[in-house]
Ligand binder design. Structure first.
Ligand code: NAD
Ligand code: GLY
Length: 370
């Protein structure tokens, strides 16, 4: 596929962070066109980092979109969440040093959230910080992880526990890359898209309810609009609260429950988005038990998560204590108080640290398992 298969025109959003502001370019067929990458290169030295699943599809096309005088190196790592480690970051640094790259080099992260988070962290630390560009190729990374500058790796004792805020110079989203993405991964990305509707935009949520079939069929206009709206919502939140002192925590709707599932099952068993989908439903159920959402709201939440092709039940072998133990380690907690993101209404999320323990335990006991 060399030509864009869609009729959508490229669009650009801005993440407004003063001197560190950057664009998000969204469109079909952007990879391979030098106009989208060249302006963001810090100098001639370019290191592309990708993985074995993505490289065969997109590495050559990305390289074709670099200026002919660029000094390009590439590093292709193994696929999977297990690659998101300090050891992989070390491989990136080794490659940069072996190539003799200096502070004016640019790293390009070509892949999903695993590559984006890990390469961003490598860029944050190399020679105390160098330029990097996000080229996300999963829906999840296009609507979430590539925007906002959260970078990092997993530690054996906790996911994303080592990291830095380091903003990219640009985010380049070629929607055509989603054509090779497995359906399960598309569904996982849709969980994060639904999240934006639930936390901040009831109108978008209603649109998603109508368009879910089109999105799962990769209908170009629907896809471009969902990505644009999601990125716009994320960019607004990041501009308001870059380092998560307040409102940015809302982006973690479903994540406290979801991270507990991911960690308990062993990373990679459940996809992040699948766990977040169940976690959002748990948050909706808890919000109902607090008297905020009505039964119809919870039903709508369950229906849209199911329509996205995501599971609605927690793992059978996860007991109440398994959840509570993992949830106590959540980064959002302050002074050992559990902070949850809950829903006052569909489209309006809040940070809540007053959930009575009995209510949480009731939810964790009653929530369906499979
Ligand atoms: P991923 O990077 O593992 O990608 C999913 C799978 O799809 C991988 O096997 C990958 O190789 C493959 N793939 C990627 N693009 C493809 C394409 N176009 N065609 C075919 N296969 C392709 O996972 P993900 O869901 O993109 O990201 C999950 C990671 O993102 C987690 O580590 C999570 O912690 C992180 N995350 C970070 C943030 C943030 O703000 N930084 C936000 C959300 C999630
Ligand atoms: N995905 C959560 C955040 O970017 O803040």
């Amino acid at each position: 596929m060399t030509e864009s298969e869609t009729s959508t025109v490229p669009r650009t959003l801005q993440v407004a962070l003063g001197e560190r502001s950057y664009p998000i370019h969204i469109g079909a067929g952007l990879l391979g066109d030098p106009a989208w990458l060249t302006p963001y290169l810090a100098g001639r030295q370019v290191m592309i980092v990708t993985n074995e699943a993505v490289a065969p599809h997109y590495l050559a096309r990305l390289k074709a979109g670099l200026p002919s005088d660029a000094m390009v190196r590439e590093l292709v790592l193994p696929d999977g969440e297990a690659t998101k480690t300090l050891a992989s970051v070390g491989l990136v640094w080794d490659a940069l040093l072996e190539a003799g790259f200096n502070r004016r080099c640019t790293l390009i992260a070509l892949g999903g959230g695993v590559i984006g988070d890990m390469v961003g962290f490598a860029a944050a630390c190399y020679q105390r910080g160098v330029a990097f560009i996000q080229v996300p190729t999963t829906l999840l990374s296009q609507v979430d992880s590539s925007v906002g500058g959260k970078t990092g790796v997993n530690h054996p004792l906790g996911k994303n526990m080592i990291g830095a805020f380091w903003q990219p110079r640009a985010v380049l989203i070629d929607t055509d890359t989603l054509r090779t993405l497995p359906a399960k991964e598309l569904s996982a990305g849709l969980a994060e898209v639904i999240k934006y509707g639930l936390i901040r935009d009831a109108e978008f949520l209603a649109w998603l309810e109508d368009e879910m079939t089109a999105l799962r069929a990769l209908q170009p206009e629907a896809l471009a609009w969902a990505i644009e709206r999601s990125c716009r919502l994320k960019a607004e939140i990041v501009a308001e609260d870059e380092t998560e002192q307040g409102v940015r925590a809302l982006l973690n709707l479903g994540h406290t429950f979801g991270h507990a599932i991911e960690a308990h099952q062993g990373y990679g068993q459940w996809l992040h988005g699948e766990a977040v989908g169940v976690g959002m439903l748990m948050a909706a159920e808890l919000s109902h038990r607090l008297g905020w959402l009505n039964a119809g709201d919870v039903e709508r939440t369950a229906s849209i998560i199911a329509a996205a092709g995501l599971p609605l039940e927690a793992p059978a072998d996860m007991g109440v204590e398994d959840f509570l133990t993992r949830m106590r380690l959540d980064k959002k907690n302050v002074d050992e108080r559990l902070r949850l993101i809950l829903l006052e209404a569909l489209g309006r999320a809040v940070i809540h640290d007053q959930t009575p323990r009995e209510l949480l335990e009731e939810l964790l006991t009653a929530f369906p398992r499979s």
